[in-house]
Design a protein around this ligand. Structure first.
Ligand code: PPS
Length: 572
């Protein structure tokens, strides 16, 4: 099979001709419409452009049963992944058999119409067990199946109107027919594809180049940019990394194209699915590694699949798929020879130093700003990755001061802001209670509902500042613990949240009464006054609690700065 060459004739797509597309789009505006989820948009794109050939639409119930149980469509053709249009029960209930519906993207643009021939409630437990190996929600696709996917599946043929719009890396995106045309034009009769959802390092570059050389083929780096495993490096960063690595291959041997696939992390079935998709893209050879498209460990802490299950299942179906598997070679760096070698080909293993950095170790080094050696990766790749994961002392964070009116929050916040600006490096924004109430929340009063709205707005702004690498200092009363918790969660998506309780007692605040408000509150002239006639939940676990009585402002601000230093957020 290694002598296989590609058949580069065009593959059928599901789009109508451009003349009819305009007409169909107008007619489709009257149909009941379904707003596609991000995953469904990915699936639809590959259905329409032929990437999922031989599928002609979302699976019918009969095809679905065949795929789940035997990895075959009702007509006997190999297909391993259920490509289903999951919808809500309410939406499904209002459809007649055979009804046409419009499929819209998230902006409401009609991408396709679908004739709904099938409408059924799947057995999700069975699907999880048969397709993903276990009904265990530690598997991201099983989690998706139970928590995100609708209860009902619709099946039926698709009529494509237009592909989903992509504004990023347009020159790097190809349909199967565009890639086939490219291979034809370049005279590439044998092409090895490398599937990836991770940044490429030197070992990958070596193994892919070797795989191509051994198959006497050209190389296609074919990374997934649709949906990958939650927590992966974002595709914008990855594509910049891939572009840097592309320059390391001899010119005109290697190309790269982005695949808008929504991965399921289904291991063996996923590998076969990937192979069938690549075949549709005009590829002849496909690299399958150890634990290909593995989802990580299950809720018992064990791997979902055996390390070579994917290779085994692929090998069983290789002939039928018409694409040759190239088993991934485990490449390691041999220090004495200063080069990468396949581990199983090293004969003097005991006499040389073999170096390797695991994925976990790489993430640790990135997050702590430690050295990543040149033998491991390319400087351009490391520098891109460092930008997404700057060391803590360069990441954004939020300091959230909470306490009674007159407790000293604003004074401490102002002193801190100046100290942080003196240090430099990151922009600092002060979201003081008064500033916010003037600029963001001018229509709000002091009811529970209004206070919550006010704090959630502050939290949103602080989380955006944190996301973009700035420092947000917030200084509202924020009397409700539940609301403070929501702000913490919003911020912690992007960086550290440092809750500081300015713990001046209500008696001391009232004694100081700097704005004369406590007097008015006692007289009943201000209603719902925190600490007098309105509640304050004392923070249970703040990062820091400051006693302002007997300490000057400078010292209070310094306490916060020391805390930030001990958390690694600023350099001492
Ligand atoms: S909250 O609860 O977090 O939304 O409050 P905040 O936005 O920080 O606003 C508090 C400031 O508003 C003044 N003020 C009152 N505070 C508490 N309760 C009542 N009823 C009230 N009415 C007006 C008061 O000056 C607070 O300012 P600070 O800076 O905290 O002293």
């Amino acid at each position: 099979t290694t002598f296989m060459q590609n058949n580069l004739a065009p593959i059928p797509e599901l789009y109508v001709s451009s003349d009819s597309a305009q007409k169909l789009k107008v007619e489709a505006a009257d149909l009941v419409s379904w707003d596609l989820t991000p995953r469904q948009i990915c699936d639809l794109e590959l259905l329409m452009n032929g990437g999922f050939s031989p599928l002609k639409g979302f699976l019918s119930e009969e095809d679905y049963d065949g795929v789940v149980e035997n990895m075959r469509l009702a007509d006997g053709k190999l297909w391993v992944m259920p490509i289903t249009l999951d919808v809500s029960e309410d939406f499904a209930a209002k459809l007649e058999p055979g009804q046409d519906i419009a499929l819209r993207d998230q902006e409401g643009v009609i991408l396709a119409t679908m004739t709904v021939t099938d409408n059924w409630t799947p057995n999700k437990t069975n699907e999880a067990e048969k397709v993903f190996g276990a009904d265990d929600q530690a598997h991201p696709a099983v989690h998706y199946l139970h928590n995100t996917a609708g209860a009902v599946y619709l099946g039926g043929p698709i009529t494509g109107i237009q592909p989903p719009m992509h504004y990023d890396f347009r020159a790097r995106r190809d349909t199967p027919n565009e890639l086939r045309a490219y291979f034809r034009k370049m005279g590439w009769r044998k092409v090895v594809a490398f599937q990836t959802r991770n940044p490429l390092h030197r070992a990958h570059q070596e193994l892919t180049f070797r795989a191509a050389r051994e198959a006497q083929a050209n190389l296609l780096i074919h990374p997934v940019v649709g949906m990958t495993k939650p927590g992966d490096v974002d595709h914008f960063t990855r594509v910049r990394c891939y572009e840097a690595v592309l320059d390391k291959y001899p010119t005109s041997t290697t190309s790269m194209s982005l695949l808008p696939l929504a991965m399921r992390m289904a291991g063996p079935r996923e590998a076969v699915w990937h192979g069938q998709i690549r075949k549709n893209y005009g590829v002849t050879h496909f690299i399958v590694g150890r634990d290909h498209a593995g989802p990580g460990s299950n809720s018992q802490g064990e791997d979902f699949y055996g390390p070579y299950d994917a290779q085994d299942l692929f090998r069983q179906h290789e002939e039928e798929m018409g694409i040759t598997m190239v088993p991934f070679k485990h490449m390691v760096y041999v220090q004495e020879r200063a080069q990468y070698e396949p581990f199983d080909e090293i004969e003097d293993r005991d006499n040389v130093t073999i170096l390797n950095i695991s994925g976990t170790e790489l993430r640790r080094r990135l997050s702590e700003g430690l050295e990543i050696p040149e033998w491991f990766s390319f400087p351009e790749v490391v520098s891109e990755l460092r930008k997404t994961k700057p060391p803590r002392a360069q990441q954004g964070f939020t300091v959230f001061l909470t306490g009674f009116s007159g407790s000293g929050k604003s004074t401490i916040a102002n002193a801190m802001m100046v100290k942080l600006m003196e240090m430099g490096g990151r922009p600092v924004t002060l979201l003081d209670g008064d500033i916010v109430r003037k600029n963001l929340s001018s229509e709000l009063g002091f009811s529970k509902e209004h206070r919550d709205l006010n704090i959630l707005r502050i939290g949103y702004v602080a989380s955006e500042i944190t996301k973009n690498g700035g420092i947000a200092i917030c200084a509202p009363i924020a009397p409700y613990a539940v609301t403070r918790r929501k702000v913490r969660e919003a911020v912690e998506n992007y960086g550290a949240f440092v809750e500081v309780h300015v713990a001046t007692s209500i008696e001391e605040c009232e004694r100081r009464d700097r704005k004369g408000l406590y007097k008015l509150a006692r007289e009943g002239k201000i209603k719902e006054f925190t600490g007098i006639s309105d509640p304050y939940d004392v923070p249970a676990n703040p990062e820091l609690s400051i006693d302002t009585e007997g300490a000057d402002v400078d010292n209070c601000a310094h306490q916060v700065i020391l805390k930030l230093e001990s958390m690694g957020l600023i350099k001492g």
